[in-house]
Ligand binder design. Structure first.
Ligand code: GLN
Length: 447
């Protein structure tokens, strides 16, 4: 049924870079075989799932939506996709994204633009736009995305579904193609909070192959799905209701907060004064890490290599000039500049210090409340092409999600209403470190 749906909708939505029907049917048959043999089938047996195309899948192309990885077929499986396989999930395809997950609209993909299923003239958000659109359009039941500055929560908000970025280190990054390693996290997209809880329980957990993986006990997150919010303290981040926020988004999010109150939560305003430095801090740290991570694409080890170079240096240069798109080159240049001798202290080191201050704001807030709320994004999904000429306005889409990555906290976007054009609006729930339980509690009560 998922493959039929994909066939019917892909010509319009373009969620997938590669659909994998043979693989999916083989996986499904394995599940059938287990059922017939009376064997244990896994938690996710037979569930059609889409995977963002920056997670390595053995024998199946993994392009990061970049020309430079056009012909790359990973020789190994990422930890998350291995776990899903072991639990019987059926991958139906690799989902489109902004090139190397750099972007907020999925328009920087070198291959195709994904449409928002609610209005195909609009973007699905990014960078995990393909994963979000696939779930919103019911081409898959659930999907995985990655979130470095908002890339799960923003497209979840724009596509009217649930999207969660877990605590940094909760889900293994082994086999996730690195963008900004100190910020990257894999997380679930789903149409219900319960499905997100099931999928997170399946993919979370310590992995010796990821040096930043946390050694913690993973609960079954579905046990936290209760309708009760009595005694829960919720803080509204004052600074996220300022300038640039669409009035309809503000009103809708305020209505959602009123509903949380009627469910028994105590509501208060909390100021995070250094939240507003999140965006400039991020745009030093993320490109710096990206410039180092992307140095490995030199035409020698992976994917694309330019033809007829004059010598080794010209091969490197031509490969990178032709293989990377404009946004990726912009990030590499920004990062290389910020890390260069003479500027390191002024930019990179300064940004790291501000990152600590942002973390402190959250720490102070979580002394008073259990959960913080804000809009997920200042606006709803914009028109395809509307912001491509102006990277700075594009960067503003992540204003409210970025500080959460800088502090390593868990965050979720859940649908909370629609604007006058019928486009979905998202409510962001932010928890303290490893307090995914609280997020699930509040999200399920609201839902
Ligand atoms: N839009 C942000 C960026 O381009 C965030 C991307 C992400 O979370 N991967 O860096």
């Amino acid at each position: 049924a998922a493959l039929d749906r994909i066939q019917a909708l892909e010509p319009t939505i373009h969620s997938f870079l590669h659909v994998t029907p043979e693989y999916a049917l083989e996986m499904a048959q394995q599940v059938d075989g287990k059922i017939a043999a009376g064997e244990d089938i896994g938690l996710l047996a037979g569930i059609p799932i889409a995977i963002k195309d920056n997670m390595c899948t053995k024998g199946i192309p993994t392009t990061c939506a970049s020309r430079i990885l056009e012909n790359f077929v990973p020789p190994y499986e990422s930890t998350v996709t291995q776990k899903l396989k072991d639990m019987g999930a059926v991958m139906v395809g690799k989902a489109n994204l902004d090139e190397f997950a750099m972007g907020s609209s999925t328009e920087t993909s070198a291959y195709q633009v994904t449409a928002n299923p609610w209005d195909v003239s609009r973007v699905p958000g990014g960078s995990s736009g393909g994963s979000a659109a696939a779930v919103a359009a019911e081409e898959a039941v659930v999907s995985l995305g990655s979130d470095t500055g908002g890339s799960i929560r923003l497209p979840a908000s724009y596509c009217g579904i649930v999207g969660m970025k877990p605590t940094y280190g909760l889900v293994s990054r082994y086999g996730l193609v690195a963008y900004a390693s100190s910020l990257d996290q894999i997380g679930p997209f789903s149409r219900s909070v319960e499905d997100a809880a099931i999928l997170l329980s399946a993919i979370a957990g310590y992995d010796p192959n990821d040096a930043t993986s946390l050694k913690v006990e993973i609960p079954d997150y579905t046990q936290f799905l209760t309708p009760n919010l009595k005694g829960i303290k919720i803080g509204i981040i004052t600074e996220t209701f300022g300038e640039g926020l669409d009035p309809v988004v503000a009103e809708t999010v305020n209505n959602a907060i009123a509903q949380l109150k009627s469910l028994g939560a105590e509501i208060q305003e909390i100021s995070c004064p250094r939240f507003r430095y999140g965006l400039p801090t991020y745009y030093i740290i993320a490109p710096s890490e990206a410039s180092a991570n992307l140095a490995r694409y030199d035409g020698v080890k992976y994917g694309f290599r330019s033809e007829n170079p004059d010598n080794l240096l010209s091969m490197y240069k031509k490969t990178r000039a032709m293989g990377f798109g404009a946004e990726v080159k912009r990030r590499i240049m920004l990062g290389t500049y910020a890390l260069s001798a003479g500027y390191y202290d002024a930019y990179y080191l300064k940004a790291q210090k501000v990152r600590t201050l942002i973390k402190e704001d959250f720490e102070n807030a979580f002394e008073k409340v259990d959960i913080l709320v804000s809009p997920t994004a200042p606006t709803t999904a914009f028109k395809i092409g509307e912001k491509t000429a102006d990277p700075l306005t594009m960067y503003l889409s992540d204003l409210m999600t970025i500080p959460v990555n800088l502090a390593g906290l868990p965050g979720m976007s859940i649908p909370c209403g629609f604007d006058d054009n019928g486009m979905p609006i998202g409510l962001q729930l932010i928890g303290n470190v490893l307090r995914e339980d609280r997020i699930f509690q509040v999200a399920s009560a609201y839902e």
